[in-house]
Write a protein that binds this ligand. Structure first.
Ligand code: FES
Ligand SMILES: [Fe+2]
Ligand SMILES: [Fe+2]
Length: 494
């Protein structure tokens, strides 16, 4: 599919700015001009810098402050438009004036915060930042001009100037969006893997020297990658935090310890060794933390789980009666386990795909098979969403992505149902749906079902029973069948 025209043009223009090395010289000159007085001022300037970055706020301050000029200037623009359409009053004129002034004050604050963040960018990010600042400064200049013109009684030209400023704001906003969403400026760059969930030995404690950061690695099976952790021995205690700096991914293990904090070698963010929170910016975001203990001369670490991320371990599941039934209950419960019920249903769905593919294109049976597939897929998602996923949520990291994949499957199914089963498009869509289903079911079987074993046999059999009865009810209840058929017909566009 072709990319939309607007995005293509904007991308090309932004690409030119990113390549414009002529912006580097004035950019670095301006940077030095700001940095020098700050260095001379020392600690007070550092405090101002931290306030502007948003280290106290826990998020970059700049995006919050830009809402002031955007909101206020848009209000002024709206009031001006109404006036031009003949809806005017003295109060509205005054309102537009005040909005322009409030917006200008907000823009100055936002510019200061943006400038503080921009100083820690380099290369193409810095060039885009420079362009973003220039465009937004033009917007501010035009709005100040508008305030002056309106004050002098030239309302018409005043309105023109602020309208031009509003257009600049739009361009500036687009560039700002590019910096955050494409270039990832201001987003968290730390590795937030919840692994290891149980204490894991990583290094002999004797190998740790006082205040000399040391990198170790743990394995995340889910993302299949190594996660760097930095260990620091400081005043008789060993501390551990993520080795990748949350600001822009700098290597904290190559940093140094100063005033009880670990300093990043890239832009100088300091992280409190005990809490992982930044004590000095530009970072605004805490580092991932690990619990540390020393057993038999080995440093062992365990990830401190983040809110909403708590994934219980096998030991936790055994301790919590709500998670696993008592062993005697397990004996009395026969039947299949939840993962077995779902696996069998996956197999049925896979066979349905094969059957549709084997049926000749012009055979009307294809449509019937397709409806059965649609119905079984819908039932499958329903029973997983209502019974299985909530049960495995505390022990599996896969559930959020599984929900997204269900959505993806139902979107694809809806597209496929609309097509003529004899058409090549149908064939293509069926293939895509099959691949999506294979991926989803496969990853459930390889990962989520395996993790589900931590729930224990008894709990899995109870869940299996619940799944089977819901499956049965979904297939046999007349009301549910009618409702599902109606939905399928609607999706088919009949
Ligand atoms: S990467 Fe910027 S302070 Fe660490
Ligand atoms: Fe699923
Ligand atoms: Fe499934």
């Amino acid at each position: 599919m072709r990319r939309p025209g607007f995005a293509r043009i904007a991308n090309a223009l932004i690409g030119r700015v990113e390549k414009a090395s002529s912006l580097d010289r004035p950019g670095y000159a301006a940077d030095t001009a700001i940095a020098r007085p700050a260095q001379i001022a020392g600690s007070p300037a550092e405090k101002v810098g931290n306030a502007l970055h948003g280290t106290w706020y826990g998020h970059p301050l700049h995006p919050m402050l830009v809402t002031l000029p955007i909101g206020a200037w848009t209000l002024a623009f709206g009031l001006d438009l109404l006036a031009m359409l003949g809806v005017r009053s003295r109060g509205m004129e005054r309102g537009a004036d005040m909005a322009l002034k409030a917006g200008a004050a907000g823009a100055v604050a936002a510019a200061a915060a943006g400038m503080a963040d921009w100083q820690h960018t380099n290369g193409r990010d810095r060039r885009i930042g420079t362009a973003h600042a220039l465009v937004n400064s033009t917007a501010l200049g035009l709005n100040l001009l508008s305030i002056a013109l309106r004050g002098g009684g030239d309302i018409r030209r005043g309105r023109l100037a602020s309208a031009a400023g509003w257009a600049c704001l739009f361009v500036g906003g687009y560039l700002g969006g590019h910096m955050v969403y494409r270039r990832q400026i201001g987003v968290d760059h730390a590795d937030r893997s919840p692994e290891p969930r149980d204490f894991q030995a990583v290094l002999p404690v004797m190998e740790l020297e006082e205040d000399r950061p040391r990198r170790v690695e743990v394995w995340d099976e889910n993302t299949r990658q190594k996660i760097g952790v930095v260990l620091v021995r400081h005043q008789g205690r060993v501390h551990a935090m993520g080795a990748r700096c949350s600001h822009m991914g700098g290597p904290l293990d190559q940093g140094w310890v100063l005033k009880g904090a670990l300093v990043c070698p890239w832009h100088g963010s300091s992280y409190d060794l005990k809490s992982g929170w930044p004590t000095s910016g530009p970072s605004t975001c805490p580092q991932p933390r690990y619990e540390v203990r020393v057993t038999k001369g080995m440093v062992e670490i365990r990830r401190e789980q983040e809110p909403g991320d708590e994934v219980v371990t096998a030991a936790d599941a055994a301790r919590q009666p709500s998670m696993a039934l008592q062993p005697e209950a397990a004996v009395s419960l026969g039947g299949r386990k939840a993962d077995e019920v779902l696996f069998e249903h996956h197999e049925l769905i896979r066979r349905l795909f094969e059957a549709i593919k084997k049926t000749p294109r012009d055979d009307p049976q294809r449509r019937d098979l397709m409806r059965i597939l649609a119905s079984e897929l819908e039932i499958h998602e329903y029973i997983e969403d209502h019974i299985f996923y909530p049960a495995v949520q505390p022990i599996s990291e896969d559930v959020p992505i599984a929900h997204s994949e269900h959505r993806q499957l139902s979107d694809l199914l809806a597209m496929t149902l609309k097509l003529n089963t004899a058409s090549p498009e149908f064939e293509e869509h069926l293939q895509a749906l099959h691949a999506a289903m294979d991926h989803h079911a496969g990853s459930e079987e390889r990962s989520m079902f395996r993790e589900a074993q931590r729930l224990g046999d008894a709990r899995l059999r109870t869940l299996g029973q619940a799944l089977e009865s819901m499956l049965e009810e979904q297939r046999t209840s007349r009301a549910r069948r009618m409702f599902r058929d109606l939905k399928i017909r609607l999706l088919e566009g009949v």
